[in-house]
Design a binder for this molecule. Structure first.
Ligand SMILES: Cc1cc2nc3c(=O)[nH]c(=O)nc-3n(C[C@H](O)[C@H](O)[C@H](O)COP(=O)(O)OP(=O)(O)OC[C@H]3O[C@@H](n4cnc5c(N)ncnc54)[C@H](O)[C@@H]3O)c2cc1C
Ligand code: SF4
Ligand code: SF4
Ligand code: SF4
Length: 504
């Protein structure tokens, strides 16, 4: 299929990653904005030589779903320099990773502002230049020919960090074709990106002819959790509003102005193509309170050995946490945002009044929230369901699934089960914590912090046993199996291997 046919069939398939425009040997693909203000490729057929490279490189056309062998490790992290953290949206992890590359003479690519405060991909070769890349810009950034520049730097043997949205990292990887040892890719947990046309009109409207000194989507003037959007002017102070009270920010947050591809995004976990994903550690006060001071904490998901290596070298304080904080606090890592019910109406109005984008924004901003039909979809529930489905798929693919029966789950028990697991190559499984009263909680044996589903009864256990192909059972010697649990184990027809706790 050709890219233009794909886009005519369904615009939402094209994320605007710009890989096709970067690969075209005749430079005959331009990215042109549609009536919603998002860029799509347009081919100049007079110049096109039908080489097919744009089709080959398109991550959407060639999309294949992937599944890692196990869940990635997740960490909360904080940059030790208070100033870096103040200027970063979350905990400053992007800066800490960039510092390693810059110290080795490398180069960083990421989203920055140009002289008109439009968002574009650009580069930084020292800490001063990195300032422009630091901080989230809630707008789709224009890649331009940055993938080509990345390739030149890589071929010259330079260390490169490329950061962007998951679809941009997929676009780059697809463009490069092969893996490079000297490339580190960092993507963000991605809620979605709003229309650049809307942003560009909005920032002009807010500036009102004054010169802007700085735009900060995530000012920590108040604190990290209460997000403030701030614009500083050279000659007339500043504009600052809570994210819910700023017209643009609010419309981003309620999913009114995102690119169509963001609502069916293909590059959510487990299809991320980066080495490391970074985001906000929302809810950290509940699951790792030592790392909460309301000045910003990062959540880091490590997908590859290279990513792990960089994270271990980065100047960061941190702690490993359970994967299940993601469906609970950051559903966008797993499942796409749900469009506001008024999205179609908003963009129809914009098509009818293309010269009045601010009036269209105002109309929807001032709409009585009680008159807005609520969505009947629940992002957290969808993320939790997808997460359960992923765990099931991982279990089914394994040759061996071990069921550990324990009465408590502390560090010693977790270490012991990990040691036993290590002896069975290619195996995974579950830790079954007996709560008494025929109630059980199940944890992933690879990640004893990851709770699997809610509280279970014996019937749920039977279903799980059949579905996950349990091959071995181990039980903590201290546990007294209740009659019901004994019956369940007998039904399984597998011997119970007792295990002693080990502290090593
Ligand atoms: C559009 C968007 C949506 C996001 N949605 C979520 C979310 O739902 N949940 C969540 O936890 N985190 C989300 N994030 C990520 C979060 O806002 C922080 O960017 C991230 O945690 C990194 O913070 P930091 O402190 O490590 O570094 P910072 O210095 O704050 O991060 C800067 C990094 O973000 C990249 N970046 C900034 N703007 C863009 C852009 N427009 N396009 C591509 N890359 C960009 C830069 O290249 C750089 O790598 C989103 C970010 C963006 C840009
Ligand atoms: S077929 Fe080849 S020349 Fe034509 S637009 Fe695609 S990449 Fe460019
Ligand atoms: S390569 Fe990217 S921009 Fe080009 S058609 Fe595919 S998804 Fe769209
Ligand atoms: S939600 Fe998906 S399609 Fe949208 S910008 Fe993020 S990664 Fe790209």
């Amino acid at each position: 299929m050709k890219i233009e046919d794909m886009i005519s069939a369904n615009r939402a398939d094209c994320s605007g990653c710009e890989a096709c425009a970067n690969v075209c040997p005749k430079n005959c693909i331009s990215m042109e904005r549609d009536a919603e203000g998002f860029a799509y490729p347009k081919i100049d057929h007079e110049v096109c030589i039908q080489c097919g490279r744009c089709e080959k490189v398109c991550p959407a056309l060639n999309f294949k779903s992937t599944m890692p062998d196990k869940l990635p490790e997740v960490f909360v992290t904080i940059h030790p320099d208070a100033k870096v953290r103040r200027h970063s949206s979350s905990g400053g992890t992007f800066t800490a990773l960039s510092e390693i590359i810059l110290n080795s003479g490398g180069i960083i690519f990421g989203a920055g502002f140009n002289e008109n405060w439009h968002v574009v991909h650009t580069s930084a070769e020292n800490l001063d230049e990195l300032e422009n890349l630091r901080g989230s810009k809630y707008v789709q950034s224009q890649i331009g020919y940055v993938y080509k520049r990345v390739k030149v730097e890589l071929e010259n043997g330079r260390q490169v960090l490329f950061s962007g949205t998951p679809c941009q990292c997929a676009g780059l990887k697809s463009f490069l074709v092969k893996d490079y040892d000297n490339l580190l890719t960092v993507d963000i947990i991605c809620h979605g990106t709003p229309s650049p046309f809307i942003w560009e009109n909005y920032i002009d409207y807010r500036a009102g002819g004054h010169d802007i000194a700085r735009v900060n989507f995530r000012s920590k003037r108040q604190n990290w959790v209460d997000i403030n959007f701030e614009i500083n002017f050279y000659d007339c102070g500043y504009y600052a509003k809570h994210c819910q009270q700023d017209m643009y920010f609010k419309q981003f947050l309620i999913d009114l102005i995102l690119r169509p591809s963001c609502h069916t995004c293909k590059f959510k976990f487990p299809n991320c193509k980066s080495d490391v994903t970074i985001g906000d550690a929302w809810g950290v006060q509940n699951f790792a309170p030592k790392f909460f001071d309301n000045r910003g904490t990062s959540l880091v998901i490590v997908h590859t050995a290279k990513g792990k290596n960089f994270l271990s070298k980065a100047k960061l304080a941190g702690q490993r946490v359970s994967f299940d904080v993601l469906p609970a606090h950051n559903p966008c890592f797993i499942t796409p945002s749900i469009p506001d019910n008024r999205r179609q109406g908003f963009f129809d109005d914009l098509k009818n009044f293309p010269h009045l984008p601010i009036a269209v924004m105002q109309k929807y901003f001032h709409q009585n929230p009680n008159k807005v039909a609520p969505s009947n979809r629940n992002l957290h529930a969808e993320a939790t369901q997808k997460f359960d489905a992923i765990l099931r798929q991982l279990a089914k693919r394994r040759e061996k699934n071990i069921l550990f029966i324990v009465s408590t789950l502390d560090e010693v028990v977790a270490n012991t089960t990990q040691n036993i697991l290590a002896k069975f190559e290619g195996s995974g499984g579950y830790i079954l914590q007996n709560q008494g009263d025929e109630q059980f909680i199940l944890f992933d044996a690879f990640h004893p912090l990851v709770r699997f589903g809610g509280v279970m009864n014996l019937e749920n256990l039977r279903t799980m046993f059949k579905e996950f192909h349990v091959t071995d059972i181990f039980a903590d010697t201290r546990i007294n199996l209740s009659d019901a649990l004994k019956n369940f184990v007998e039904e399984c027809g597998l011997p119970v291997n007792p295990f002693e706790l080990s502290t090593k």
